[in-house]
Every structure is written in structure tokens, then in C-alpha cells.
Write a protein that binds this ligand. Structure first.
Ligand code: UDP
Length: 327
């Protein structure tokens, strides 16, 4: 199949491109390289372009004639979205509209969209399933929710199939150590903890210790990026075979607290680093854990790396290589 991948030079996109390439698909990555890297595109071709540039996008899509589109290109920092909401709505919503309009003009009817567990906000019940009420608590989560709604409305109105994959906390690096999280300003817990172990930060901040969880810190469902990449391949095949799209949670179904992660990072790296307990971070939900029964049932998704220490180990090996890569 011919697959057009926006944001394919980023962390998750590049892992999906690797997985798609391994299955023999023909890939074209479209990325503005604002946070991605050309070296991360291990399969197919890369066009440096922006989704804001509709005319260019249209020319590229016309020439490539994809069977399906995977849409990763977006801004993803929750805290930044609280400070700069317009930037998030423009990048995540308006640019998605551009892509959808160009797809429509070119009669491309299959889309896999990178959504997020942030659409759930603070769910009433955890593990949370796809039917839960969506109540995002930050502009990032709203931006994903709005795009999901657009996809739902579009698929009801015309021939258009989509799957919105709601990612929980994606981490880890591919087992060959070729690609991983390489965004310098990453604020994600595992990345920050590893960089602290490496000595890049004096201490790791633990944001909030008075949540109503067993140890007072937030709980997240950490999923290895390779398992997530496989979910994308499965869902694309499923859509192309006429499967009924919709929303799918991507997580393992159990969570770890911030303190659990800190202990695991210290164990895996063998390095004891300082932590500092601080105020809560704005926009954080206390517990986000996936009910993944839908994706297991409908796509027969069988994750292989449901092991926090393995996730951290691959991320650590990657982190140690990273300087050479981004220098
Ligand atoms: N967190 C933390 N210190 C950090 C980064 C994150 O305590 O330096 C916490 C954060 O408040 C949240 C959890 O770790 O409770 C996961 O945050 P992350 O940014 O990795 O992912 P998110 O769940 O926000 O997508």
C-alpha cells in the first residue's frame, strides 16, 4: 500500500514508518522538521513541508496518490498548550482540516489519526473505555477531541474511514536502537528521569504528591512505542479491508505512579539521582489507564513489550546514543 505519513520524522511517526517499511509498504513522509529529524525516517522518502501550506500539500498528495494517510504531525506539550492555546488550535486543528480537505479533493478515504488519552481529562472510571464522556482538561486534549469530532462527522457524511488511536503514555525506543525520543525539550517523565540520571539536570521534579492515589503521585499507563507502531499497521489494514473505524485506546491496561517510574529508572540505570517534590503541574489528570479490550478484540492487537523495565531499558540505551545523533 502507499501510505502518506504526516509527522513521520517525529518520535512515534518514525517508529510507525519503520514498522510499515518492514511490511513492504511504500511510504512518503511529510514533516516540517520542527521537532522531527531527517535521520529518523528509515523507510520511504521525506518531503519537508508544512500542513499549513495547502497548495504544496495538495501537489505532494496528488503526485503520491496514497491509499491511506497517517496523521501524526501535531504539537504535544500539555503545559505549553495551557500557555499558548491558539498555537495548539492552529497547529492541531486547523492543520488537520487542511489535510482533510486536501484528502477529500484527491478522494483519499482512509485516515489513521494520532489521538490521545488527554481527550478523557479526568475520567470517572479507570481503566477508561472509548465510550467514556470526553472532558479534556487542557487545550491539547481539546484540540485532539475537536479533530476526533470532525472525523466522526465527516465519516457520517461521506465515504471516509478513520481510526483515532488514543495513545496513553508512549515511551521506549526501537530494539535496534535506531530511533527514539529525540526532542530536546521533551518534558515526558521517563525522558526527564533518564536525562537526570545522565546528569543533564540536577534533579527530577515530581509534580504533585497529594493526588488521591496510593503514593500521592499521578498514575499513567506506559506503552512501548514498538507495540504502538504495530497497532497502527493493524488498524490501517483493518480500515483498508473495510473494518469499522472509530476510536481505539492504546495502552496496556495498568498503570505506574511517578514514584514507581523513578524507582524503576534508578534500578535500570544503576544511578541514584536527586528528586524534588514540587507543586502539581497544570493540566495533569491524576490517573489515566486504558481499557484496551476494544483494540485487542477488534484488531487482535497483542502487545509484546508490556514491561516497564524493558521500556526504560530501551529508552536508556537510546538516550546514551542520542548526543551523537542530534549533534
Ligand atoms: N512528571 C513529573 N516530573 C517530570 C515530568 C512529568 O512528575 O519531570 C509527571 C507528570 O506530572 C505526570 C506524569 O509524570 O503526572 C506523566 O507526565 P508526562 O509528561 O510524561 O506525560 P503526560 O501524562 O502528561 O502525557
Amino acid at each position: 500500500m502507499r501510505v502518506f505519513v504526516t509527522g513521520g520524522a517525529g518520535y512515534i511517526g518514525s517508529n510507525v514508518v519503520k514498522a510499515l517499511g518492514g511490511k513492504g509498504h511504500k511510504i512518503l513522509v511529510y514533516d516540517n522538521l520542527s521537532t522531527g529529524h531527517d535521520w529518523a525516517v528509515l523507510n520511504g522518502d521525506l518531503i519537508v513541508g508544512d500542513l499549513a501550506d495547502r497548495i504544496f500539500l495538495d501537489n505532494v498528495i496528488k503526485a503520491f496518490r496514497p491509499d491511506a494517510v497517517m496523521h501524526f504531525a501535531a504539537l504535544i506539550q500539555v503545559e505549553e498548550s495551557v500557555r499558548e492555546p491558539l498555537k495548539y488550535y492552529r497547529n492541531n486543528v486547523v492543520n488537520s482540516l487542511n489535510l482533510l480537505e486536501v484528502m477529500r479533493q484527491n478522494r483519499i478515504e482512509n485516515l489513521v489519526f494520532s489521538s490521545s488519552a488527554a481527550v478523557y481529562g479526568t475520567p470517572e472510571k479507570v481503566p477508561v473505555n472509548e465510550n467514556a464522556l470526553l472532558t479534556p482538561i487542557n487545550p491539547y486534549g481539546y484540540s485532539k477531541m475537536v479533530v476526533e469530532q470532525i472525523l466522526k462527522d465527516l465519516s457520517a457524511a461521506e465515504d471516509f474511514n478513520y481510526a483515532a488511536l488514543r495513545y496513553f503514555n508512549v515511551a521506549g525506543a526501537d530494539y535496534e536502537g535506531k530511533i527514539g525520543q529525540a526532542y530536546k525539550e521533551s518534558t515526558h517523565l521517563i525522558t526527564r528521569a533518564l536525562k537526570t540520571a545522565k546528569g543533564e539536570f540536577g534533579e527530577l521534579k515530581i509534580f504533585g504528591t497529594n493526588y488521591s492515589t496510593a503514593d500521592g503521585t499521578c498514575i499513567r499507563d506506559y506503552i512501548h512505542v514498538t507495540d504502538l507502531a504495530e497497532a497502527h499497521c493493524l488498524v490501517m489494514d483493518y480500515l483498508l479491508e473495510g473494518g469499522q473505524g472509530g476510536e481505539f485506546n492504546c495502552g496496556y491496561g495498568h498503570g505506574f505512579s511517578v514514584r514507581d517510574v523513578v524507582c524503576a529508572v534508578k534500578r535500570v540505570t544503576g544511578i541514584d539521582f536527586k528528586t524534588e517534590e514540587t507543586e502539581r503541574r497544570t493540566g495533569d489528570s491524576p490517573i489515566l489507564v486504558a481499557d484496551n479490550s476494544k483494540i485487542r478484540r477488534e484488531l487482535d492487537w497483542r502487545p509484546l513489550y508490556d514491561d516497564l523495565e524493558y521500556i526504560i531499558k530501551t529508552a536508556w540505551e537510546w538516550e546514551l546514543k542520542l548526543e551523537a545523533k542530534v549533534a
